[in-house]
Design a protein around this ligand. Structure first.
Ligand SMILES: N[C@@H](CCC(=O)N[C@@H](CS)C(=O)NCC(=O)O)C(=O)O
Length: 194
């Protein structure tokens, strides 16, 4: 398997951290935006969206970071990162969709400065904080959901938020930042994601 990625953005980092955390046999290829690699015909044949992350597994091409996460977790069940019971799987889907539809939009708006303050994201953080009350992870045990969500809170925008009102979330975020995989994919300074 080969993962095309760019590490620093949340959608890339969540997958790369997952691969590194579980030491999955996936070759990690960092694309060159400078060389417009994701807009070359070879890459567009993998992902017609011209975006990373993208995964190649033999003749199977997969894009969309959350689809890649659940695919890897299913392909490597030893990760125990994807519940197999119907309700457990529904909970995973719920949080992955929440991340794509709500958390990503709120972080994106702050990054683009369309939102001048954190008032849009704060209710989302409260909801996640409530879920994390008395819990080590978002669901039972470490799952793909933790990777998908926390990646958004470890960006430049995420680092700039005030977590004082969301202590359960803050503690989980700190634990996740220290997790193998997220440590290896930490990029600070000029190259860091906004
Ligand atoms: N919904 C997609 C978003 C993918 C995406 O927007 N990738 C960005 C980096 S985070 C990208 O490749 N941008 C380069 C471009 O659009 O040319 C996912 O979760 O994988």
């Amino acid at each position: 398997m080969r993962l095309y990625t760019f590490t620093v953005t949340p959608n890339n980092r969540k997958v790369e951290a997952f691969v590194k955390h579980f030491e999955l046999p996936v070759e990690v290829h960092h694309v060159s935006f400078k060389d417009r690699e994701t807009h070359q015909p070879e890459f567009l044949a993998i992902n017609p969206m011209g975006k990373v992350p993208a995964l190649v597994d033999g003749d199977f091409h997969l894009w969309e970071s959350n689809a890649i996460l659940t695919y890897l977790a299913a392909m490597f069940p030893q990760t125990r990162a994807l519940p197999t019971d119907v309700r457990g799987r529904a909970e995973v889907d719920r949080w992955l969709h929440w991340q794509s539809c709500h958390l990503m939009a709120a972080v994106g708006a702050l990054k683009a400065a369309e939102e001048k303050d954190a008032s849009t994201i704060e209710p989302l953080l409260q909801i996640l904080d409530t879920q994390l009350r008395d819990r080590e992870y978002v669901l039972d045990g470490l799952t793909v959901v933790d990777f998908a969500l926390v990646a958004y809170l470890l960006t430049k925008v995420g680092r700039g938020l005030d977590y004082a009102a969301t202590p359960w979330l803050a503690a989980w975020r700190t634990r996740m930042a220290a997790l193998k995989g997220f440590v290896e994919t930490e990029v600070r300074g000029a190259g860091a994601a906004k």
